[in-house]
Write a protein that binds this ligand. Structure first.
Ligand SMILES: Cc1ncc(COP(=O)(O)O)c(C=O)c1O
Length: 220
């Protein structure tokens, strides 16, 4: 989101009196381009809540994050959190605190960015090489994911069920990622989880399954 859009979003939120939850767990994982200030920076009326997580930069399943919010909103969130699960694990909080005080975290983040950038590049190269012509992909500057867009009319959820899963390929079908269940012909792919050496064979298998799926759909 461009700087101007970030500012405009806050202006609109002020105008229509709504809160913004800025979900920023990938903020430290930018591989190129310019890091822009969070939307929270442009908050003039205490209506933006910024959310971060240790899940993507230290370890998943810690279930530990942080938020930056206006004191009044924070008090409400604390009450809701207390009602939901009393509090985040004190043991995990202490362990993470110890870790942060002992390691060079900026160096750790730099290493993460290097590793994930390499994985992203391997996945992009493999997709450019193997994908059927009627599929496109995005070229993300950060984060864990890229977007695979299939031809109009393709039902990625059905394709996943009928062709991809039997071929041992799993993607997150777009239908699951939009509140209105739109984006049906796309899918989210991650380059973060697989070992770097598994990415190209995985993409080859995905591309073969997509080609086979397209043939099956045409044959109907
Ligand atoms: C955009 C986004 N926000 C929040 C989270 C949740 O992170 P946590 O594991 O800290 O609950 C995730 C994790 O997948 C995410 O992708």
């Amino acid at each position: 989101m461009s700087l101007e859009k970030r500012r405009a979003l806050v202006r609109l939120a002020n105008q229509f009196d709504v809160l913004i939850l800025e979900d920023g767990p990938y903020r430290f994982l930018r591989y190129e381009g310019t890091t822009l200030p969070p939307v929270k920076v442009f908050d003039t009326e205490g209506r933006v809540v910024f959310l971060g997580s240790m899940s993507k930069i230290l370890s998943p399943s810690l279930r530990l994050g942080w938020l930056i919010a206006d004191p009044e909103i924070m008090a409400g969130i604390e009450a809701l959190k207390g009602a939901a699960d009393v509090e985040s694990s004190a043991l995990i909080q202490r362990a993470v605190s110890q870790y942060l005080s002992r390691v060079d975290f900026p160096a750790h983040l730099a290493q993460l960015r290097k590793t994930y950038r390499q994985k992203r590049d391997v996945m992009l190269d493999a997709l450019h090489c193997h994908l059927p012509a009627d599929f496109t992909i995005t070229d993300p500057q950060g984060g864990f994911f890229l977007w695979l867009q299939g031809p109009k009319g393709l039902d990625m959820t059905a394709l996943q069920r009928e062709v991809l899963l039997p071929a041992h390929v799993s993607v997150v079908a777009g239908r699951n990622l939009s509140p209105a269940h739109s984006m049906v012909s796309g899918a989210r792919l991650t380059f973060a989880a697989p070992a770097i050496g598994d990415i190209e064979p995985g993409v080859q298998r995905l591309a073969a399954a997509l080609s086979q799926g397209a043939r099956q759909v045409q044959a109907r």
